[in-house]
Design a protein around this ligand. Structure first.
Ligand code: AMP
Length: 417
């Protein structure tokens, strides 16, 4: 049975907590963005304040085995500073029995990178490129078999399990899902996970109408499943960014050199037909800022989105598109935003994305529930200073995207089971 972190009695208990400390490091192994570390603090502090001790586990990067570069000891000092206790370190996540036994209430131990072991992900490593199907199958079976022992060892360290790693909730890994089975009555979500799950429910289960989704970003191919999921749920679908040009081309528009995927034109047409059938309003861009180069000093002009001249490509939404989209957003009670509506990394092409952030902030002020999640829109809204002006900004790119696609995330299902 799933427990609640607020009511669970941590006194004298050892809690093993899966966090997402996969933070970016520079050449000197200094943390360049500690958002993920800070995001886990409320949960970690709760356990310590409740009289428990902490065994903290995470992955860092994509090591293929033990690699100094990906050691979590690089972040130990900063985790200690954020937590306000001197966090101890176990240099091998599978041989931490002595360090765990010595842990007293109020103390914390950080385990070395879980992905130093192939068993964490359950995927074989070091297979020759020309390995036969038989060899691949055997290697997979071997890692799956040793994964059981790996999980069992991690579970043996603790009395209870907390999953607070939303960033990896879409993976059925040892520490994110399989371990939960060892704690049938002592498993729970941390505060970060609880927040993300509530945000997902607010748009997928309890959305107030009108519900508008803004889907942008570069490629239709990476957003197809989200678009299809949204068609089942929203009243309005705003399609912007690079992916919008495939839809405009599908409608017979001229898109010049804009980004597009010809092979997805049939799907784009199908989405538009389905929307019509379901009474979902689709809003494509009507006016585009085009540039003759993908750079800040390119020549630019505003043109109708269906009449982009050759030699130019669409790089941002024009004011007329934004005006239409703004009205739709401000009339909504629930707004989901996934993906920038222009090349916001290049300042002269960031206006559209900035305006969308402003519209979301205004809609929030008017009482709408607004969620930014799953993609570069999170970076955009944070960078532009609007993160605190919307209802929720998700911390998990891929995980949020899969949740919005309507998939059940293994990390969530394992704790709820
Ligand atoms: P995604 O990760 O799919 O959300 O895509 C985000 C990327 O889409 C960002 O790096 C944007 O620069 C890019 N993007 C947005 N609009 C355009 C556009 N009109 N042309 C090319 N790339 C775009």
């Amino acid at each position: 049975m799933q427990q609640n972190i607020d009511s669970y009695d941590f006194r004298g208990k050892k809690a093993i907590v899966r966090v997402d400390f996969n933070v970016p490091l520079n050449d000197k192994f200094e943390i360049t963005d500690d958002t993920r570390i800070r995001a886990a603090m409320p949960t970690l502090k709760k356990v310590l304040a409740g009289g428990g001790s902490l065994i903290i586990m995470s992955h860092l990067g994509r090591p293929k085995g033990v690699a100094e570069k990906f050691s979590l000891k690089h972040i130990l000092a900063h985790v200690s500073e954020c937590l306000g206790v001197d966090v101890k370190f176990a240099p091998d996540c599978q041989k931490a029995q002595a360090e765990v036994a010595a842990l007293k209430p109020g103390e914390a131990l950080l385990l070395e990178n879980l992905r130093f072991y192939a068993e964490e992900e359950g995927k074989p490593r070091g297979l020759a490129e020309d390995a036969s199907d038989e060899e691949k199958k055997a290697a997979k079976a071997a890692v799956k078999a040793s994964q059981k022992e790996f999980v069992k060892t991690l579970a043996s360290y603790a009395d209870c399990y907390i999953n607070d790693a939303f960033g990896t909730a879409h993976r059925a890994h040892a520490s994110t899902a399989l371990i939960a089975d060892y704690f049938p009555n002592d498993k729970m979500f941390g505060y970060l996970m609880e927040g993300e799950i509530k945000a997902i429910d607010n748009v997928l289960k309890n959305a107030k109408r009108p519900f508008t989704a803004i889907i942008g970003g570069s490629k239709v191919s990476s957003k197809l499943a989200v678009l299809e999921s949204m068609l089942e749920r929203v009243d309005n679908l705003i399609i912007g960014g690079g992916m919008g040009y495939t839809f405009i081309k599908a409608e017979g528009g001229k898109i010049g050199n804009s980004l597009h995927e010809d092979e997805l034109i049939p799907q784009a047409l199908e989405i538009m037909a389905k929307a019509k059938e379901k009474g979902v309003n689709i809003y494509l861009s009507v006016q585009t800022l085009v540039a003759d180069d993908f750079s800040a000093d390119a020549n630019t002009k505003l043109v109708p989105s269906h009449e982009i001249p050759d030699g130019f490509e669409g790089v941002d939404a024009g004011p007329e598109s934004l005006e239409r989209w703004g009205k739709v957003i401000l009339d909504s009670k629930t707004v989901l935003w996934n993906g920038p509506v222009g090349v916001f990394e290049i300042p002269p092409f960031a206006n559209g994305t900035l305006k969308i952030a402003e519209f979301l902030a205004k809609a929030t002020e008017k009482g709408a529930y607004t969620l930014v999640g799953g993609g570069d829109s999170v970076a955009a809204v944070t960078q532009m200073g609007y993160a605190k002006k919307v209802s929720y900004v998700s911390t998990g790119g891929g995980a949020m995207l899969e949740a919005l696609e309507g998939k059940e995330l293994p990390g969530i299902a394992a704790v709820k089971a």
